[in-house]
Write a protein that binds this ligand. Structure first.
Ligand SMILES: Cc1cc2nc3c(=O)[nH]c(=O)nc-3n(C[C@H](O)[C@H](O)[C@H](O)COP(=O)(O)OP(=O)(O)OC[C@H]3O[C@@H](n4cnc5c(N)ncnc54)[C@H](O)[C@@H]3O)c2cc1C
Length: 422
């Protein structure tokens, strides 16, 4: 029987700081996902007194539920970024994405976080011939203008990497990695505590007031005082903070995990254990887990309550899985779960100041590595006003944000129709 539960959740690690918690700190971070925890970690490492509040437990949000793909690039490819921002800025974004993977790798090594990180590489698999043709052009641009070498795999060569007839070819980028995201964010939280950060789980921030240049943060049991605030709540930002919540579109994404596969089957499906995703708008993404299951994700939900759509997603995802790997049509599904990610209008992650506090949004499907890096950038910004390419003066509201729940499903249908065209 399918367990409607996050497969990664098996071992919960971090728990709240024990002992006395200060009532006044330099920085109070709201949200115990990768972004909040990375911010707390980097601030504490530099001697800042920091308290992180998480309403559930560390990694409860998208950070503990995702595919664990530690990817190069951003939501949009280098051509689209260059078109929008010019070459220099696009180069800076892309190079930051590579730096973000190096950062995850170095923290995992330094803090000895046992989270199964390895440089798996990723494959982007072309769902249409036109997507493959575009990929070939993008690969050339990456090498020429971004000093980044990827390998184009025509259909025949892709077969050495991926035992699926579903694609027209692919692109291999060996710089990307894999991780157990729940163990990563919990290990990072432990390292933050060791560095001196205070972490409290099960504490929801209800209200924030500002007086005498300080923030008064109200939770169910107490009021805490901070010089500065970081909202690292991403897609789980509550409507109680409308000035933040209206900056994003929330999108549900869903994952299945099969039963444990034989080593022979794993070797026949994805022998080099790459992270894989395709080129559709409603893309599928998949990988092998450390215990040899196939983790298969996809089926974005626009504008619905994503947390309530998990059961509905199972059949859609099962069909997707069988389309890619018909050889798994009788394989048992053991786990199914979902989570919510957020996208801003620019489709690039960013942090900004709103009402005197720092707010981050827009990691989309690239938060594992990017939220780690932007946490570091927020720390540097707070301590020494250091410039970051992700720091923006303002984040625009989503267009007609008050109608998002009505129009977002239609945006979803539009993308679905685009996927059906050649
Ligand atoms: C199903 C799925 C698959 C994905 N796959 C990948 C992938 O393979 N690779 C990749 O790079 N990215 C992936 N992503 C995206 C990635 O997971 C996110 O971009 C990233 O985790 C965002 O991290 P975060 O710390 O900003 O937010 P989150 O991890 O969502 O954390 C926000 C936290 O804030 C807390 N919070 C909210 N309000 C309050 C409050 N008032 N008081 C206290 N706490 C509060 C929430 O409880 C939550 O834990 C995926 C996302 C989903 C949903």
């Amino acid at each position: 029987m399918i367990q409607y539960q996050n497969y990664w959740l098996a071992n919960k690690l971090t728990s709240s700081t024990s002992g006395e918690i200060p009532t006044e700190v330099d920085v109070l971070v709201i949200g115990g996902g990768i972004n909040g925890v990375s911010t707390a970690y980097h601030l504490a490492k530099r001697g800042v007194s920091v308290l992180l509040l998480e309403q559930e437990f560390i990694g409860w949000g998208a950070s503990g539920r995702n595919g664990g793909m530690v990817l190069t690039g951003l939501k949009e490819d280098v051509s689209a970024l260059t078109h929008k921002y010019g070459l220099e800025t696009a180069q800076a974004f892309f190079s930051a994405s590579k730096e973000s993977i190096d950062l995850v790798e170095s923290i995992v090594e330094l803090e000895r976080i046992d989270c199964g990180f390895y440089r798996s590489g990723h494959i982007e698999a072309a769902s249409k011939q036109s997507h493959f043709d575009h990929m070939v052009a993008v690969a050339e641009v990456m090498e020429k203008d971004f000093s980044h070498k990827v390998t184009i795999l025509p259909k025949k060569e892709l077969a050495n990497e991926l035992n699926s007839e579903a694609y027209f070819g692919g692109m291999l980028d060996t710089a990307s990695g894999a991780v157990n995201p729940f163990l990563y964010v919990n290990g990072l939280a432990d390292a933050a505590k060791t560095a001196g950060a205070f972490i409290l789980e099960g504490i929801k921030v209800e209200e924030i007031k500002r007086a005498d240049g300080k923030f008064y943060v109200k939770t169910a049991g107490r009021t805490l005082i901070a010089e500065k605030i970081v909202h690292a709540t991403s897609a789980y930002t509550s409507k109680k903070f409308p000035e933040l919540e209206r900056k994003m579109a929330k999108i549900g994404s869903y994952i299945l995990c099969t039963e444990v596969l034989s080593e022979k089957m794993v070797q026949s499906l994805i022998p080099k254990l790459r992270m894989v995703f395709d080129t559709k708008n409603f893309l599928s993404y998949y990988r092998i887990t450390p215990d040899n299951r196939l983790l298969f994700g996809g089926r974005a939900a626009f504008g619905k309550d994503p947390e309530r759509s998990v059961a509905e997603s199972v059949e859609v995802l099962r069909r997707g899985l069988q389309f890619v790997f018909p050889q798994l049509s009788t394989t048992r599904i053991d786990y199914a779960w979902g989570g919510t990610l957020d996208v801003t209008q620019s489709k690039v992650p960013a942090f900004t100041e709103i009402g005197g506090s720092v707010f981050t949004a827009g990691f989309a499907g690239h938060g594992v590595a990017m939220a780690s890096l932007i946490g570091k950038h927020i720390g540097n910004f707070m301590i020494s006003n250091e410039r970051s390419i992700f720091h923006t003066k303002s984040l625009p509201n989503m267009p007609l944000y008050f109608l998002r729940d009505i129009y977002l499903p239609y945006v979803g249908y539009y993308y679905q129709i685009q996927d059906l065209k050649n």
